[in-house]
Design a protein around this ligand. Structure first.
Ligand code: DCP
Ligand code: MG
Length: 242
């Protein structure tokens, strides 16, 4: 069952039970499908915590998070997670061929589909240069990949998974700015009919996002496009200076 990708955080308060501190407070955010939403904020601001609630790794203390108008708590974890793909900074590569790594969640994918996803993730060129290409076995006695190569394999895996909602939590931290910018271009064409969240500390990459949300002290400090936020001269403009 496919979802539209309309996401709403309503009056969400959240913290971790280990210390009782509030991480997000009165957090409100509504996202329409088809948007690339960048989440920006200083380290420790609560960006990863916020997206963790979408997959229900954690639930809000108060308020609710909903998908297409349904409280996440009323969806099965299975249906929720089959509609959301999450890519983290530390990508996991399995000791199998690069093709199988990319097709990990889609074992029936054709080679053409795998290559298309690899191209979108800027992984096709480096894979093609390997003597065994897509049949190269990663790690454990095989080829070991650089951090940036691993990130691109896991991005290709995410593109191939083809879900309505894609969440990228600093998935391009090991890539150079140009490669990251090219991946952002792939994301733009991929975003039609999907909701994409991207967390990145590299603001040059996310400046073309449809919506930029800055989080500070557990709350949304501001939201808008790059141009609007730079002119506002507050949190985003301050981060953008560096
Ligand atoms: N925190 C916690 N227990 C966890 C995870 C986080 O107590 N299991 C705390 C650490 C921070 C706050 O919650 O004070 C927010 O952490 P996030 O990981 O959500 O912060 P960011 O993702 O915004 O930070 P970064 O940019 O460093 O990834
Ligand atoms: Mg984080």
């Amino acid at each position: 069952t496919d979802v539209q990708g309309h996401i709403k955080f309503k009056d969400v308060s959240f913290g971790y039970n280990n210390n009782g501190l509030v991480v997000l407070e009165n957090f409100n955010l509504e996202i329409d499908p088809g948007q690339i939403v960048a989440i920006v904020g200083p380290t420790g601001a609560g960006k990863t915590s916020m997206i963790s609630m979408l997959l229900r790794f954690y639930d809000p203390w108060q308020g609710e998070v909903s998908l297409d108008g349904v409280n996440l708590k009323d969806l099965t974890l299975e249906s929720l997670r089959s509609n959301i793909t999450l890519v983290l900074q530390d990508s996991f590569i399995f000791p199998m061929s690069l093709a199988d790594n990319i097709a990990f969640a889609n074992p029936n994918a054709s080679r053409e589909e795998i290559i298309k996803a690899a191209k979108a993730a800027q992984a096709h060129d480096f894979i093609s240069r390997l003597p065994e290409g897509y049949d190269t076995i990663a790690s454990e006695g095989g080829v070991s990949l650089s951090g940036g190569e691993k990130q691109r394999i896991s991005l290709a895996r995410a593109f191939l998974r083809n879900t309505s909602i894609l969440i990228l939590d600093e998935p391009t931290s090991a890539l150079d700015a140009q490669t990251e910018a090219r991946i952002f271009q792939s994301l733009s064409s991929y975003s039609k009919g999907r909701t994409i969240f991207i967390i990145s500390h590299r603001l040059s990459t996310i400046r073309h996002a449809d919506l930029i949300v800055t989080i500070k002290d557990g709350m949304i400090a501001e939201k808008g496009t790059h141009e609007v936020l730079v002119n506002e001269g507050k949190v985003y403009a301050e981060l953008y200076k560096y």
